[in-house]
Design a binder for this molecule. Structure first.
Ligand code: AMP
Length: 395
């Protein structure tokens, strides 16, 4: 796996695909710069080598060149974070981009206008990719969040750099972390899958059954499993058409020697609102008119023990409706358990969608081993797919 650490960038212009798809407020100010901060180590290493940097990214989902999606809005923020005044090219291809890249001196940084102002980007157009390729000597992919897309800048452009392409630090870390969980993992390995639906996680479950010793199925997903086994779940969220699948997963797990743990008790609410009445129920016996919204105290205790006995942990999906304070306690307790295990040497990876939001919201990001930056890309990796953006560098 070739990374930026394997290349000396002195005198070279690096064309880096970053993920600067950051949120902006109504005055076009960046409200969360995490993604810019995340790309900083890669950019700084290249500048310190004595190279120059051409940054390309998308922002939002523009239909053509819409001013509100211009990357011009983030130039000052990127400059502030890098400590270098960043130059801007008002088009990512063509004369404007080519002359800006040509005139760029070593130690300088150029940010190109939003790639998605051109429909060719998401179509993976080869001519468009060829135009992008003129803007640098080395292609660096550091955008994990878009690595599952075969877009021009994330995948197709790599073929124009057969011997001069590599992973940035961020993307390399993502790949190493996934490998640590799915391939080179220290046993016992635990996967915790929560969130709303079985249907969105089924391919992940099927892929990881061969790789884990324990599987915790929590959150809204668990009720489909409970109902399928004859439990009474009240008005809890359930995918009736996935009950047979749930039973099949339990059967497969048994055959593969994977121990499956479903919450034994839940916080049940009489309404889907933060100030609903609540009671603790056996998960197999939830009264009519009540719905399970969080893992109960006994479950939290059982999960704490399993977490602390594991050497490798993958966490995807909350244990309850964590967006509502009253139903966040199970997810917070799990975060604390994982933080404690991590402190004692367990490798913990949090990735994919809402668990990352939960981890950030409750301040666990520095207490787990790795928090993935790519929602969809992480989910596809966990499903066992080879991401086109990664494959294009390895080829
Ligand atoms: P996902 O994106 O699949 O990880 O699902 C995350 C969502 O699942 C969050 O918005 C949670 O509020 C929701 N969720 C978790 N547990 C439950 C539950 N018991 N009932 C309804 N929604 C839930």
């Amino acid at each position: 796996m070739k990374t930026i650490q394997d290349i000396n960038f002195e005198g070279k212009k690096a064309l880096i695909r970053v993920d600067f798809n950051v949120p902006l407020d109504e005055n076009f100010k960046v409200t969360d710069a995490t993604r810019i901060e995340a790309a900083k180590p890669t950019i700084i290493k290249i500048l310190e080598d004595g190279g120059a940097v051409v940054l390309m990214s998308h922002l939002g989902r523009p239909k053509g060149a819409e001013v509100k999606f211009s990357l011009q809005h983030i130039v000052e923020k990127v400059s502030e974070i890098l400590g270098v005044q960043v130059k801007f090219a008002s088009n990512c291809v063509g004369e404007v981009a080519e002359s800006a890249a040509f005139n760029l001196k070593m130690g300088e940084v150029l940010l190109l206008e939003n790639l998605r102002f051109h429909a060719e980007e998401t179509k993976g157009d080869i001519e468009f990719a060829k135009q992008l390729s003129k803007l640098g000597d080395v292609y660096v992919n550091d955008a994990f969040g878009t690595a599952h897309r075969a877009h021009a800048s994330t995948t197709i452009v790599a073929q124009f750099f057969p011997n001069n392409k590599c992973f940035g630090n961020l993307l390399a870390q993502e790949i190493i972390s996934i490998k640590k969980v799915l391939e080179d993992s220290e046993k016992p390995v635990l996967a915790i899958l929560g969130g709303a639906k079985v249907s969105s996680k089924i391919t992940i479950i099927e892929n990881i059954l061969d790789k884990v010793d324990h599987l915790i199925i929590g959150g809204g997903m668990s009720f489909t499993f409970v109902k399928a086994q004859g439990g009474k779940i009240g008005k809890s969220i359930c995918e009736d058409d996935k009950q047979a699948l749930a039973l099949d997963i339990l059967k497969q797990a048994k055959e593969k020697g994977v121990q499956v743990h479903i919450p034994v008790d839940v916080v049940a609410a009489d309404d889907f609102s933060n100030d609903a009445n609540t009671q603790i129920c056996d998960i197999y016996n939830i009264p009519d008119g009540w719905e399970g919204v969080d893992a109960g105290p006994k479950s939290r205790e059982i999960f704490d023990k399993i977490v602390n006995e594991s050497k490798t942990i993958l966490w995807n999906g909350p244990l309850g409706v964590f967006e509502m304070e009253s139903f966040a306690q199970g997810t917070i307790a799990l975060g604390n358990s994982i933080a404690n295990a991590t402190k004692n040497g367990t490798f913990s990876l949090v990735g994919g969608g809402d668990s990352v939001a939960a981890v950030k919201q409750f301040g666990f990001q520095d207490k787990v081993s790795y928090v993935s930056t790519g929602g969809g890309a992480m989910l596809e990796s966990l499903e066992g797919k080879t991401l086109p953006g990664i494959e294009a560098i390895l080829k």
